[in-house]
Ligand binder design. Structure first.
Ligand SMILES: Nc1ncnc2c1ncn2[C@@H]1O[C@H](COP(=O)(O)OP(=O)(O)O)[C@@H](O)[C@H]1O
Ligand SMILES: [Mg+2]
Length: 284
């Protein structure tokens, strides 16, 4: 089963997938801001846009690149021995912050050529990154299952505002549980948690039998500023509640001890010294 297969992968990166059963609920916003937050704390981060048909990472960051996962896959197929993933990555830089991106294909038809085994090998080749963030789409496809299998952590995102959303969130969670991932690997995350809705978060927790690991507030002005500027929230809306919420989640993933916010790297100011080492990470 899935748990057994993932144990066989010799990885040195922490792979964090961002997954949901519904589209349009904040996976890409979350993936980008996790990548930026981890990079801001000194980690080497790659964000892979694996929403192969409708990937938004480059758009949300106002980047352009013809190097995509489609080209990477073709190059791997042509010559696996000489394949170097570095040649297909795009760097996002703002101030002193930097992370790499593996962009989604530019054309929808390229998404049909997906070879799950090749993509798995490509992601494995990125093991020189401290963190690999996988921005997935909302299907239990063979690609997503392979990626969830490889993941150290699955962030399972929901915006649970009315009954059909609750039903889909529960079905998705039950399906993930059926794959027998270690319990701690699946993290329930509620997005737009404080928006007006017909269903309370605590009722969702009661139904699922599991508390939310994290809740992001609804903050449309901050997200809007971020997407309009093509910048992560910490730059476009540094004082927003959503930015603070990302800071807190990143801190849990890095086992950050300090409760004092480091200055954002673009300010060229204080930057906390990071003790690296996977054994030091919290919770996995
Ligand atoms: N916490 C939030 N507060 C307010 N709006 C949000 C929040 N998260 C996401 N959104 C909105 O939802 C839209 C879809 O988000 P996106 O990350 O593209 O979803 P997905 O990747 O799941 O399809 C964003 O353009 C933004 O307008
Ligand atoms: Mg998306």
């Amino acid at each position: 089963m899935a748990g057994t297969a993932s144990n066989m992968i010799q990885r040195t990166s922490i792979i964090i997938s961002v997954f949901s059963t519904s589209p349009g609920i904040g996976k890409t916003v979350i993936a980008i801001n996790l990548a930026a937050g981890l990079a801001n704390e000194g980690y080497k981060v790659c964000l892979a846009d694996l929403d192969l048909q409708f990937g938004d990472v480059l758009n949300y960051l106002k980047l352009n690149s013809s190097n995509t996962v489609a080209g990477a896959q073709r190059a791997y197929l042509d010559n696996p021995e000489n394949f170097r993933i570095e040649n297909f990555l795009t760097e996002y830089r703002i101030g002193k912050l930097e992370f790499s991106i593996l962009p989604a294909p530019r054309f929808i038809y390229d998404a049909y050529q997906t070879d799950v085994q090749i993509l798995t090998s490509i992601i494995k080749q990125m093991d020189y990154y401290d963190f690999i963030i996988l921005d997935l789409n909302s299907m239990f496809s063979s690609l997503n299952l392979a990626m969830l299998d490889m993941s150290t952590i699955i962030n399972y995102i929901g915006v649970i505002d009315f009954l059909p959303a609750l039903k889909n969130y529960k079905i998705g969670y039950d399906t993930l549980l059926r794959f027998e991932y270690e319990e701690s690997k699946i993290r329930l995350i509620e997005n737009r948690a404080d928006s007006q809705k017909l269903i309370e978060g605590k009722d969702v927790e009661r139904l699922l039998g599991e508390p939310f690991y994290h809740r992001f507030p609804n903050d449309f002005p901050a997200v809007n500023k971020s997407i309009n500027a093509g910048q992560p929230l910490m730059f476009a809306a540094p004082d927003s509640r959503l930015t603070e919420s990302f800071y807190n989640l990143v801190g849990r993933y890095t086992n950050r001890q300090s409760t004092v916010k480091p200055e954002i790297k673009s300010n060229g100011g204080l930057f906390s010294t990071i003790t690296k080492g996977i054994g030091k990470f919290f919770g996995f």
